[in-house]
Design a protein around this ligand. Structure first.
Ligand code: ZN
Ligand code: ZN
Length: 355
């Protein structure tokens, strides 16, 4: 396969300033894999970065994360074109996915095995030094965590490995047992990725809350026992009714919307487990007295997808983690603006680019 000198890529020059450009195809070093990108999903994080959230660009008392110019995209599927001689077990032709973070290997977190908390925290697609997948080619560099996937895995399933691995980590954090009534708030891509993983843990009850009936229908098809649309009924009251007045044992927030935190604290039972994995555009404020004195709640944060790729790939391939209907739109890279707009509109669920 001949590799061209240039490629199309989405390049972020600053908040709100994203452009389709022709840029040089990166040249792999001895530790690198060069891949031809087959798909790159658009994540809520990509949207929030494009829309200038202070979480990404600094301001509102928060330090920025983005270092432009960069090529966005961390939900990557591709085929190896060049494998550096020190790049490990992969060879040209292999179809791969890569974990979104490339650990430094040297900080205290990397050294003790918590690589997903790595201090430099380099995730593809937010910094000039680590270009992402919204391009025809990209490098999976030294320390990248790459996995082989089947050639015949449909692209709409393969593109969900990264987000669904994040879903699995959140579910593992929740320590769900058969005795638990579980409320999952948010049936976007991450929430829908959790439904199958929660179902595998066989909880007493799985209740999914979302504002969008189409997403709720999918959650039901994937295994939710009950779905609630808070625009149509009082979600807290319904959960109380469904749990004999106790509230839910586990509340997982995957909404991305700050009011969900307060809703969770209201409907969670005493001694309950609260898992938070939303990325909020602004701080969520709640009454912390509920967490201690009133209910003694255990809170787990959830970040990225450590040690979750192998099980996620297996579940998606063998169908125990349902995926049908989650990817709703595919766009060529030339239509990245339409793709971002569609993703933002909420009309679809997961929108992917096929560069
Ligand atoms: Zn993502
Ligand atoms: Zn590190």
């Amino acid at each position: 396969m001949t590799i061209p000198a240039t490629m199309k890529a989405v390049v972020a020059h600053g908040p709100g300033d994203y452009r389709l450009e022709v840029v040089p195809v990166p040249v792999p070093g001895p530790h690198d894999l060069l891949i031809r990108v087959q798909a790159c999903g658009i994540c809520a994080g990509d949207l929030k970065a494009q829309q200038q959230a202070s979480r990404f660009w600094g301001g509102d008392g928060m330090p920025g994360y983005c270092e432009p110019p960069f090529i966005p995209g961390h939900e990557i599927v591709g085929r190896v074109v060049v494998a550096g001689e020190l790049a490990g077990d992969f060879k040209p032709g292999d179809r791969v996915v890569s974990e979104q973070i490339v650990p430094c290997g040297a900080c205290r977190y990397c050294k003790d095995g918590r690589y997903w908390l790595c201090d430099p925290h380099n995730v593809y697609g937010f910094k000039q030094s680590l270009p992402g997948g919204m391009a025809e080619y990209m490098i999976l560099p030294k320390n990248s965590r790459n996995y082989l996937i089947p050639d015949d895995l449909p692209i709409r399933k393969a593109a969900l490995i990264e987000p669904f691995a994040c879903s699995l980590h959140a579910v593992r954090r929740a320590r769900i047992t058969v005795d638990h009534a579980v409320v999952l708030a948010g049936a976007g891509t991450l929430g829908l990725g959790m439904v199958g993983a929660i179902r595998q843990r066989n909880p007493k009850q799985l209740i999914v809350v979302d504002l969008n009936d189409r997403r709720l229908a999918l959650a039901k098809a994937f295994g939710a026992d009950v779905t609630i649309n808070p625009q149509q009924e009082d979600a807290v009251k319904r959960v109380m009714d469904l749990t004999g007045g106790a509230g839910c044992d586990v509340y997982i927030d995957a909404t991305g919307h700050a009011p969900s935190v307060g809703q969770g604290l209201e409907m969670i039972a005493k001694g309950g487990i609260f898992v938070e994995l939303s990325v909020f555009s602004s701080p969520a404020t709640v009454d912390w007295s509920i967490i201690g004195d009133t209910k003694e709640i255990t809170i787990y944060g959830s970040q990225l997808s450590p040690y979750c790729y192998p099980a996620t790939i297996e579940g998606i391939v063998n169908g125990t983690i349902p995926t049908d209907g989650v990817v709703t739109h595919e766009y060529p890279i030339d239509q990245w603006e339409e793709a971002f707009a569609m993703s933002q509109s909420g009309q679809g669920i997961k929108v992917i680019l096929k560069p």
